[in-house]
Design a protein around this ligand. Structure first.
Ligand SMILES: [Zn+2]
Ligand SMILES: [Zn+2]
Length: 124
């Protein structure tokens, strides 16, 4: 049982930067709702490799200046065994908050965000 939802804990979203914000974790409730819906559909644990990023950490990893990670509205999710990034993205399209938000497909993970400024899709 997570402290944010059935399967997710706030600590999973904490900033992973060193010597930056003290690992604070701003998490938008829409992001938690959408990730939980995705987790329920996949039926496997989802590992968040990057959730909230403070501005300093975001700069350190070369994130976009207006990255939704800095707003607690984005998560990079590594693919569970047997699920390709493309397959994960297709399932994410079934979740309205992600369908109307951002989905980026990378080699072994997928970026998901719940932006409300219009949908965005990209591939690395
Ligand atoms: Zn930080
Ligand atoms: Zn991302």
């Amino acid at each position: 049982m997570g402290d944010l939802s059935k399967n997710f804990n706030r600590s999973e979203f904490a900033c992973k930067g060193k010597n930056c914000c003290g690992h604070s974790a701003a998490v938008h409730p829409d992001l938690v709702d959408a990730l939980q819906a995705l987790r329920d559909r996949i039926g496997k644990p989802l590992s968040i490799t990057s959730g909230f990023r403070c501005n300093r950490h975001n700069q350190a990893v070369g994130g976009a200046e207006q990255s939704f990670h800095t707003l607690g509205m984005a998560a990079d999710v590594s693919c569970p065994a047997g699920v390709s990034p493309d397959a994960l993205a297709v399932i994410a399209e079934e979740i309205p908050l992600f369908r109307e938000g951002g989905i980026g497909v990378y080699a072994s993970w997928v970026h998901l965000d719940v932006r409300q400024s219009g949908k965005a899709r990209w591939r690395s």
